[in-house]
Design a protein around this ligand. Structure first.
Ligand code: GLC
Ligand code: CA
Length: 553
């Protein structure tokens, strides 16, 4: 464990930018059509050039891949599809040479049903591993209750050997682990310490707010013992090294996030909250029930997270991950204003307080995909298609939802160049490449200083250059404006101004021209004169050094 300085002064992740890799779709080194660890190693130069500080790797542990690795059958080995443990060690070491830390994905809410623990657990009620999972007595065909699983169907599955049901919040192949069992918790901690010894820089904790479930009371998220478990977990593991930890918490409110990410480090560094990212769906319904984005609400939500966590916790900043559609297609414009809108969304997000996450391909403005149903691979997508057809919803309507929200939008192969299969593989890719790779690809963008890639690269550099990105207090401007997203950040030395037109028409610029001491540090149009209007998706970021200029506004 390299870095034991765990003092508040050494929170390296506050000024870091983290890049998420979905390994199976990133780069394929052995031409079997599936991305792998050697593939990632071969792209470290690219990532160092982008400027990121750490890579969050979606799961690479041994897994039957029912949910693309979020169903782990051995926490201490690498799935052969991705390489070997040795490859993982090489990746950690090589990344370090590129000043990049490796963050692993910890899936602790459930394991695979093929994990030896579960294989033992289902043998008999007396088996020492039985209690590692969540079982309820019952009769075949009479479910313990009506709880549903996230990927469809009941959350209960009958096991004839023990004449009991086991609980699974996700697929039947993802039985929930029983955190009430102290022996299970200890095994988990030892496993984490083992990875820490290998030199990983941190962990992303999959659906961590669901570990303290109480199915008898139909509690899944935020169970009564959740924070007790998290403190124990942190004390026994993370606090022994200076790691970054980020919890996936779909149910987080700002109040809860202050507990999770308390500056005393007693739980996690930060969490992913999803309040902003769930706004374009019908209230009380599922993500597939599409609704337009309520822009004023988006502003209200982001402002609330910025102000409430300031000094009391820490935000993560993201538009994308492997479960979400591509932001440029979702809230930007993947047609006429593709580049402008992708850059605007980047500038808007990266000016805020928190640790930004970039999802692979986001830095190129990769877009959503529209496959026929047989080309989808994601278990959730395939299940919702079946389920909604059975409910009598038309195929057209279901496909509209899937095109907008399927997780496979994020999982198409990384677009490296304009060669066959976008340079991702010379084999047959496990999922079809987005045909727009001839236009949208890394090779083209790294050599174009006006590219989306270079915009991200510059934003990352700016974050390192000015303290105000880390410490500055957030202040929302033009709160009622229906198309402008504007804010300032201010610390002792600097004032930052971010001004964005969120839509595709030209609008009045509501702000006064900044005084001449304010410097334009990034924008998304070539001619940079201040105007009384903002062009489609126009975004500008100004900085003023308060030490060298008067503060007249
Ligand atoms: C998280 C992951 C998702 C996975 C689920 C179950 O939401 O991000 O990909 O399917 O947990 O592990
Ligand atoms: Ca491969």
């Amino acid at each position: 464990m390299a870095d034991k300085d765990n003092t508040p002064q050494n929170k390296w992740w506050k000024s870091a930018v983290i890049y998420q890799i979905y390994p199976r779709s990133f780069a394929d080194s052995n031409q079997d059509g599936i991305g792998d660890l050697q593939g990632i190693i071969s792209k470290l130069d690219y990532l160092e050039n982008l400027g990121i500080d750490a890579i969050w790797l979606s799961p690479v542990c041994k897994s039957p891949q029912d949910d693309n690795g979020y169903d782990i059958s051995d926490y201490q080995d690498i799935d052969p599809m991705f390489g070997s443990l040795q490859d993982m060690e090489t990746l950690i070491a090589e990344a370090q040479k590129h000043h990049i830390r490796i963050i692993m994905d910890l899936v602790l809410n459930h394991s695979s049903d093929e994990h030896p623990w579960f294989q033992e657990a289902k043998k008999s009620r007396e088996n020492p591993y039985h209690d590692y999972y969540v079982w309820r007595d019952g009769q075949e065909g009479v479910l313990p209750n009506d709880m549903g699983a996230a990927f469809g169907g009941s959350a209960w599955e009958w096991t004839p050997e023990v004449q009991q049901y086991y609980f699974h919040q996700f697929s039947v192949k993802q039985p929930d682990l029983n955190w009430e069992n102290p022996k299970l918790r200890r095994e988990i901690y030892d496993m984490i310490l083992w990875w820490m010894e290998k030199g990983v820089g941190g962990f992303r904790l999959d659906v961590i707010d669901q570990i303290a479930k109480e199915p008898d009371r139909k509690i899944t998220g935020n169970g009564p013992r959740l924070h007790e478990y998290l403190r124990e977990l942190s004390r026994e593991t993370f606090q022994k090294g200076n790691l970054v930890t980020v919890g996936e918490t779909w149910g987080a409110t700002t109040e809860l996030a202050k507990l999770y990410s308390h500056p005393d480090n007693s739980e996690l560094s930060m969490v992913f909250q999803f309040e902003h990212i769930c706004l374009d769906q019908m209230a009380g319904k599922e993500k597939w029930d599409l609704a337009p984005l309520p822009f004023l609400k988006l502003k209200e939500v982001l402002e609330r997270w910025q102000t409430q966590l300031c000094g009391k916790g820490w935000n993560s900043l993201f538009w994308n991950n492997h479960d979400l559609p591509r932001i440029v297609s979702r809230w930007g414009n993947d047609g006429e204003y593709w580049a402008e809108s992708a850059k605007m969304l980047a500038i808007l997000l990266h000016g805020m307080q928190g640790t930004p996450y970039i999802y692979q391909g986001e830095e190129l403005g990769m877009t959503n995909i529209q496959y026929e149903i047989q080309d989808y691979r994601d278990i959730e997508t395939l299940n919702v298609f079946k389920e909604r057809l059975e409910r009598g919803i038309s195929k057209e309507e279901i496909m509209r939802s899937i095109h907008a929200k399927s997780r496979d939008n994020a999982r198409t192969p990384m677009q490296w160049n304009d060669e066959e299969n976008a340079g991702f593989t010379e084999g047959k890719p496990w999922i079809k490449v987005n045909p727009n790779y001839t236009k949208i690809n890394a090779a083209k963008q790294v050599r174009d200083e006006n590219s989306i890639f270079c915009c991200y690269q510059k934003l990352i550099r700016l974050r390192k250059e000015y303290s105000v990105f880390v410490d500055g207090i957030f202040h929302m401007l033009c709160r009622e404006n229906e198309s402008i997203f504007a804010y300032t950040r201010e610390d002792e030395n600097f004032q930052l101004l971010v001004l964005c037109n969120f839509y595709d028409s030209t609008v009045n610029n509501p702000l006064e021209k900044p005084d001449t001491s304010a410097k334009l540090i990034i924008s998304n149009y070539q001619d940079t004169e201040w105007n009384t209007f903002l062009r489609p998706y126009e975004a500008r970021m100004y900085i003023k050094d308060k030490r060298t200029s008067s503060m007249s506004e």
